[in-house]
Design a protein around this ligand. Structure first.
Ligand SMILES: Nc1ncnc2c1ncn2[C@@H]1O[C@H](COP(=O)(O)OP(=O)(O)OP(=O)(O)O)[C@@H](O)[C@H]1O
Ligand SMILES: [Mg+2]
Length: 239
């Protein structure tokens, strides 16, 4: 992979097998190829259903790829996520790849402050210092302090999304995946997210992102990859 890349996706194919529809095959990607340089934001473009989230989930190791290579620079070595063992994928997630999904996976009974602080605590930072940093991020994202002690399950969509963003940005990993992180935020909070993204990029984090809002995309994108240019040809889809 190129020296300056944190991620190199090379010739990846992905077909879903629809088990509820007689094992019908749905080819989504053919020959997907692109790199994410360190400190750069690569934005995935393309219509709804093109396969943008699928790419992000393959890089996070949630979906397998059928062929090709997904090379990740992980702890001074190169890991191929297409062939990695589950325990290697978990190590990559701990140290190298962060993910802000579109929706918060809220754990019952855990207060928002601890949901955000957890990645720092897992890194060995003491609880008080981790909570202090979590509070700073929640305040920056305009989550009122009275909510910090409550579990996010009952928060509004936009509040949950901001908790999710705070959790995703509390530690800086070499690669951050963002799947429509600003979809239900107001303009002011979108501005905060743009600032957080720029700060992380400035520290060398590479990003692979999907943005619903053109203003956010235009503010942070260094490169755009059109996922539809890797859509399989029609004859293959019908075959
Ligand atoms: N787990 C799955 N099983 C079967 N098909 C799937 C699965 N995940 C995605 N797909 C299909 O793959 C295609 C691409 O889906 P994906 O969610 O990646 O699109 P997207 O570009 O992120 O769309 P959107 O902009 O609407 O979020 C769609 O046709 C979808 O139905
Ligand atoms: Mg999607």
């Amino acid at each position: 992979m190129p020296q300056d890349a944190v991620l190199s996706v090379q010739d990846v194919d992905k077909t879903f097998t629809l088990h509820l529809q007689d094992s019908h095959q749905l080819p989504v990607l053919r020959g997907m190829t692109f790199d994410v340089p360190r400190g750069a934001c690569v934005v995935l473009g393309g219509e709804s259903g093109a396969g943008k989230s699928t790419v992000i989930k393959m890089v996070f190791g949630s979906y397998g790829a059928d062929s090709g290579r997904i090379l990740l620079s992980h702890q001074d070595a190169v890991m191929d996520l297409v062939t990695a063992q589950p325990r290697q994928v978990l190590a990559a997630r701990r140290e190298t790849v962060g993910y802000v999904s579109q929706f918060l996976r809220a754990v019952p009974r855990v207060p928002a402050l601890d949901v955000v602080a957890e990645p720092l605590i897992e890194r060995g930072v003491n609880r008080a210092a981790a909570r202090e940093r979590a509070g700073e991020l929640l305040a920056r994202l305009s989550i009122p302090e009275r909510l910090w002690k409550l579990p996010p399950a009952t928060f509004s969509g936009g509040e949950q999304q901001r908790v999710n963003i705070a959790r995703g940005f509390i530690i800086e990993r070499p690669l951050l995946l963002l799947d429509e992180p600003t979809a239900s935020l107001d303009g002011r909070n979108r501005g905060v997210v743009i600032d957080l993204i720029r700060e992380s990029l400035g520290h060398g984090t590479g990003m692979l992102a999907i943005f619903h809002d053109a203003d956010v995309r235009d503010a942070v994108a260094d490169l755009t990859v059109d996922v539809q240019s890797f859509t399989p040809v029609r004859e293959e889809v019908l075959a």
